[in-house]
Ligand binder design. Structure first.
Ligand SMILES: CC(C)(COP(=O)(O)OP(=O)(O)OC[C@H]1O[C@@H](n2cnc3c(N)ncnc32)[C@H](O)[C@@H]1OP(=O)(O)O)[C@@H](O)C(=O)NCCC(=O)NCCS
Length: 137
Protein backbone atom coordinates (compact mmCIF):
# COMPACT_ATOMS: atom_id res chain seq x y z
CA UNK A 1 0.00 0.00 0.00
CA UNK A 2 1.34 3.46 -0.86
CA UNK A 3 2.57 5.24 2.26
CA UNK A 4 2.59 2.08 4.41
CA UNK A 5 6.03 0.70 3.72
CA UNK A 6 6.77 -1.74 6.51
CA UNK A 7 7.08 -5.53 6.93
CA UNK A 8 3.97 -7.70 6.81
CA UNK A 9 4.52 -9.09 10.34
CA UNK A 10 4.31 -5.65 11.96
CA UNK A 11 0.95 -4.79 13.53
CA UNK A 12 -0.56 -3.11 16.58
CA UNK A 13 0.01 -6.24 18.69
CA UNK A 14 3.79 -6.06 18.31
CA UNK A 15 4.08 -2.26 18.35
CA UNK A 16 6.28 -1.86 21.43
CA UNK A 17 7.30 1.82 21.39
CA UNK A 18 6.12 5.13 19.95
CA UNK A 19 8.24 8.24 20.40
CA UNK A 20 8.57 11.60 18.63
CA UNK A 21 11.98 12.80 17.39
CA UNK A 22 12.94 16.20 18.81
CA UNK A 23 15.63 18.73 17.89
CA UNK A 24 17.84 17.40 20.70
CA UNK A 25 17.91 14.02 18.89
CA UNK A 26 19.69 15.41 15.82
CA UNK A 27 23.31 15.07 14.75
CA UNK A 28 25.65 17.82 13.60
CA UNK A 29 24.02 17.83 10.15
CA UNK A 30 20.56 18.43 11.64
CA UNK A 31 19.22 14.94 10.87
CA UNK A 32 17.95 12.53 13.50
CA UNK A 33 20.91 10.61 14.88
CA UNK A 34 20.95 6.91 13.90
CA UNK A 35 22.03 6.01 17.43
CA UNK A 36 18.83 7.56 18.78
CA UNK A 37 16.78 5.19 16.63
CA UNK A 38 18.88 2.17 17.64
CA UNK A 39 18.69 3.04 21.36
CA UNK A 40 14.88 3.04 21.22
CA UNK A 41 14.93 -0.30 19.37
CA UNK A 42 17.27 -1.76 22.00
CA UNK A 43 15.22 -0.41 24.93
CA UNK A 44 11.98 -1.79 23.53
CA UNK A 45 13.48 -5.19 22.72
CA UNK A 46 15.32 -5.64 26.03
CA UNK A 47 12.02 -4.97 27.81
CA UNK A 48 10.47 -7.78 25.78
CA UNK A 49 13.44 -10.07 26.59
CA UNK A 50 13.27 -9.30 30.33
CA UNK A 51 9.51 -9.87 30.39
CA UNK A 52 10.10 -13.30 28.80
CA UNK A 53 13.09 -14.29 30.95
CA UNK A 54 11.90 -12.69 34.19
CA UNK A 55 15.38 -11.36 34.98
CA UNK A 56 18.00 -8.88 33.86
CA UNK A 57 19.07 -9.33 30.22
CA UNK A 58 22.03 -7.77 28.40
CA UNK A 59 22.53 -7.06 24.71
CA UNK A 60 25.10 -9.46 23.25
CA UNK A 61 24.69 -8.66 19.54
CA UNK A 62 22.86 -6.46 17.04
CA UNK A 63 22.92 -7.84 13.51
CA UNK A 64 21.87 -6.66 10.08
CA UNK A 65 20.98 -3.02 10.67
CA UNK A 66 20.73 -1.07 7.41
CA UNK A 67 19.24 2.43 7.39
CA UNK A 68 16.81 2.77 4.48
CA UNK A 69 15.09 6.12 5.14
CA UNK A 70 16.10 9.11 7.29
CA UNK A 71 14.07 10.28 10.29
CA UNK A 72 13.14 13.95 10.57
CA UNK A 73 12.39 16.08 13.62
CA UNK A 74 8.67 15.71 14.39
CA UNK A 75 8.46 12.19 12.90
CA UNK A 76 6.98 9.53 15.16
CA UNK A 77 9.24 6.49 15.56
CA UNK A 78 7.24 3.26 15.78
CA UNK A 79 9.18 0.21 17.00
CA UNK A 80 7.85 -3.29 16.30
CA UNK A 81 9.39 -6.42 17.86
CA UNK A 82 8.88 -10.15 17.95
CA UNK A 83 10.83 -13.00 19.53
CA UNK A 84 12.29 -15.21 16.81
CA UNK A 85 14.35 -17.68 18.87
CA UNK A 86 14.79 -18.74 22.46
CA UNK A 87 18.07 -20.49 23.17
CA UNK A 88 19.36 -21.88 26.46
CA UNK A 89 20.39 -18.49 27.88
CA UNK A 90 19.68 -16.21 24.91
CA UNK A 91 16.65 -14.62 23.27
CA UNK A 92 16.73 -13.35 19.67
CA UNK A 93 14.32 -10.56 18.76
CA UNK A 94 13.54 -9.16 15.33
CA UNK A 95 13.04 -5.40 15.55
CA UNK A 96 11.77 -2.96 12.94
CA UNK A 97 11.82 0.84 13.19
CA UNK A 98 9.23 2.71 11.13
CA UNK A 99 8.82 6.48 10.80
CA UNK A 100 5.32 7.92 10.66
CA UNK A 101 5.41 11.38 9.17
CA UNK A 102 3.75 13.62 11.73
CA UNK A 103 -0.02 14.12 11.37
CA UNK A 104 -0.16 11.78 8.37
CA UNK A 105 -0.61 8.05 7.86
CA UNK A 106 2.53 7.87 5.71
CA UNK A 107 4.91 5.24 7.13
CA UNK A 108 8.39 4.25 5.95
CA UNK A 109 10.75 1.57 7.22
CA UNK A 110 13.81 3.27 8.75
CA UNK A 111 15.75 0.17 9.73
CA UNK A 112 15.38 -3.42 10.79
CA UNK A 113 17.66 -5.86 12.61
CA UNK A 114 18.13 -8.78 14.95
CA UNK A 115 18.91 -8.08 18.61
CA UNK A 116 20.14 -10.91 20.84
CA UNK A 117 19.96 -10.76 24.64
CA UNK A 118 21.42 -13.01 27.30
CA UNK A 119 19.60 -13.67 30.57
CA UNK A 120 21.83 -12.85 33.55
CA UNK A 121 21.60 -14.43 36.98
CA UNK A 122 22.33 -12.87 40.35
CA UNK A 123 25.96 -14.03 39.98
CA UNK A 124 26.29 -11.84 36.87
CA UNK A 125 26.69 -14.88 34.58
CA UNK A 126 24.38 -16.20 31.84
CA UNK A 127 21.50 -18.22 33.27
CA UNK A 128 18.87 -20.36 31.52
CA UNK A 129 15.92 -18.40 30.12
CA UNK A 130 13.56 -21.12 31.30
CA UNK A 131 15.14 -21.74 34.67
CA UNK A 132 14.33 -24.99 36.44
CA UNK A 133 11.68 -24.23 39.10
CA UNK A 134 13.77 -25.80 41.91
CA UNK A 135 16.68 -23.37 41.29
CA UNK A 136 16.82 -19.95 42.99
CA UNK A 137 15.28 -17.24 40.76
C1 LIG B 1 26.63 -11.38 27.10
C2 LIG B 1 27.68 -12.07 28.00
C3 LIG B 1 27.14 -12.22 29.41
C4 LIG B 1 27.93 -13.45 27.38
O1 LIG B 1 28.94 -14.05 28.14
P1 LIG B 1 29.66 -15.38 27.57
O2 LIG B 1 30.59 -15.88 28.61
O3 LIG B 1 30.14 -15.14 26.19
O4 LIG B 1 28.41 -16.36 27.54
P2 LIG B 1 28.25 -17.74 26.76
O5 LIG B 1 29.41 -18.09 25.91
O6 LIG B 1 27.81 -18.72 27.82
O7 LIG B 1 26.99 -17.44 25.79
C5 LIG B 1 25.75 -17.10 26.34
C6 LIG B 1 24.73 -17.03 25.22
O8 LIG B 1 25.05 -15.93 24.39
C7 LIG B 1 25.08 -16.35 23.03
N1 LIG B 1 26.07 -15.52 22.34
C8 LIG B 1 27.33 -15.30 22.68
N2 LIG B 1 27.92 -14.48 21.77
C9 LIG B 1 26.96 -14.20 20.86
C10 LIG B 1 26.94 -13.42 19.67
N3 LIG B 1 28.01 -12.74 19.24
N4 LIG B 1 25.79 -13.34 18.96
C11 LIG B 1 24.68 -14.01 19.37
N5 LIG B 1 24.64 -14.79 20.49
C12 LIG B 1 25.78 -14.86 21.21
C13 LIG B 1 25.51 -17.81 23.10
O9 LIG B 1 25.15 -18.50 21.92
C14 LIG B 1 24.73 -18.27 24.31
O10 LIG B 1 23.37 -18.50 23.95
P3 LIG B 1 22.58 -19.88 24.32
O11 LIG B 1 22.85 -20.17 25.77
O12 LIG B 1 21.14 -19.57 24.08
O13 LIG B 1 23.12 -20.94 23.42
C15 LIG B 1 29.02 -11.26 28.04
O14 LIG B 1 29.65 -11.33 26.77
C16 LIG B 1 28.79 -9.82 28.41
O15 LIG B 1 28.58 -9.48 29.58
N6 LIG B 1 28.81 -8.90 27.40
C17 LIG B 1 28.53 -7.49 27.64
C18 LIG B 1 27.01 -7.23 27.56
C19 LIG B 1 26.73 -5.75 27.63
O16 LIG B 1 27.26 -5.05 28.48
N7 LIG B 1 25.89 -5.27 26.69
C20 LIG B 1 25.63 -3.87 26.57
C21 LIG B 1 26.74 -3.24 25.81
S1 LIG B 1 26.62 -1.49 25.83
Amino acid sequence: MVGMERSAWTNNNNLVARVVALHRDTNAAGDVFGGWVVSHMDLAAVTMAEDRAGCKCVTVSIDGLVFRHPMMVGDELNVYARITKIGRTSIAIEVEAVRRIRRTSICQKVTHGYFTYVAIGVDGRPRPVDIAPWLPQ
